[in-house]
Design a protein around this ligand. Structure first.
Ligand code: SAH
Ligand code: SF4
Length: 363
């Protein structure tokens, strides 16, 4: 299958300087209900959608021709309307507990996914956009503005390709790779619907976590999302002064409003929120910061995940010293707030969010 198909298609149209290239839609982009609707519009029975989902997600075929219980004329129609997948594996870096995958998309952009092995299973961290418009000052992904959103199909395919590589099923999914998922909200929702579908990939919603830099209107919308997906908030600072410097989004949605929205989310959903807090040497890791952080989240149904910073060459930030991290942790623990220090994965293999892509694309 050529990486991109220059042909007339009714679906995804991408414009480039050199003209118009039309891409065929990946069938992985369709939710089950949409596939049912598709079969209805072409005058076929609904159960064809069940059969196709089974071929794609249970039997994992790579071509429509392998769908042996589907009639030839329907196979031809499917081939006319869809491709089976449109991302390709570029390279993998492997370590004991972590594999880092670089994928190339049909428009030659690159994204990355990380597989992590835990005692409770395997998790995958997937990308949701090419680049990110949030521009956080410590993050490789935010160094380049969003080029485009990933389709739900491209998110789904990261899971399929990694499962194929490891020869096993992934148990947990986190949307914490390149991009801001709440800035690609519709595709994020569609992605969850596809991977959660029981007769498909079937990843339970409680095994899915989405991380956001704090886009308030989307947090509000997410509170009524009918899937019990876990929410993580990239906090990284205990006050507006530091957060404004680290995360420009804070100037649009300051901490007071963010915390108010999170309270509303917890009240509506009755679910616990995770706060991610990267510890940056001399920036946000003082005793005062630890106490301010506790004051900020006190009383919320939450836990704090302290993240040792993965240093990259492109920013001046340094990871906090081991003793500082321990001291920060102890202060929070004493205040009886749930806290963990994130286990480290892949510092040896460029595992910080967006680093592989930066290397590959020379960004
Ligand atoms: N855009 C979303 C999700 C992707 S970023 C968000 O910001 O939440 C996922 C997490 O990785 C965020 O908490 C982010 O702050 C963190 N991160 C980014 N660069 C990092 C680095 N160099 N070291 C450690 N964590 C990093
Ligand atoms: Fe974007 Fe998240 Fe990186 Fe900020 S931390 S630039 S929101 S990917």
């Amino acid at each position: 299958m050529p990486r991109y198909v220059k042909c007339i298609s009714f679906f995804m149209v991408k414009c480039y300087n050199f003209g118009v290239v039309m891409y065929m839609e990946s069938i992985y982009n369709k939710t089950f209900d949409e596939l049912v609707a598709y079969f209805e519009t072409i005058g076929e029975k609904k159960f064809k959608a069940t059969q196709v989902f089974d071929w794609l997600y249970v039997k994992r075929v790579k071509s429509f021709d392998e769908m042996s219980n589907i009639k030839k004329d329907i196979i031809d129609k499917l081939k006319e309307d869809f491709v089976i997948g449109n991302i390709e594996l570029d390279s993998v870096e492997r370590d004991v507990e972590v594999n880092k995958y670089l994928f190339v998309l049909s428009d030659d952009n690159h994204i990355e996914s990380v597989l992590m092995r835990h005692d409770y299973g395997t998790s995958i961290c997937i990308s949701s956009q090419v680049g990110c418009n949030m521009g956080c000052r410590f993050c490789e992904s935010g160094r380049v503005k969003r080029i485009r959103n990933l389709t739900a199909g491209e998110m789904v395919e990261q899971i399929l390709k990694v499962e194929e590589d490891i020869g096993n099923r992934i148990t947990h999914v986190v949307i914490m790779g390149i991009g801001e998922p709440f800035d690609n909200f519709d595709n994020f929702k569609r992605f969850v619907e596809i991977i959660n579908y029981q007769k498909g990939i079937n990843i339970g919603s409680r095994h899915i976590t989405v991380s956001t830099s704090g886009i308030i209107p989307k947090i509000r919308e997410f509170a009524s999302f009918p899937y019990q997906v876990n929410l993580a908030i990239s906090l990284h600072a205990p006050n507006d002064e530091i957060r404004n410097d680290l995360m420009p989004i804070n100037k649009v949605y300051p901490l007071k409003d963010l915390i108010k929205e999170i309270k509303n989310y917890i009240k509506t959903t009755n679910r616990r929120v995770t706060f991610e807090y990267i510890l940056l040497d001399g920036i946000n890791d003082s005793i005062t910061c630890a106490n301010e952080l506790c004051d900020l989240v006190q009383g919320l149904n939450c836990y704090i995940n302290l993240i040792p910073y993965n240093e990259t060459n492109n920013f001046g930030y340094k990871r906090s010293k081991k003793e500082t991290i321990s001291q920060f942790y102890d202060i929070i623990k004493k205040r009886k707030i749930n806290v963990t220090i994130r286990r480290e994965f892949g510092t040896n293999i460029s595992a910080a969010c967006g680093q592989l892509r930066s290397k590959k694309e020379d960004l």
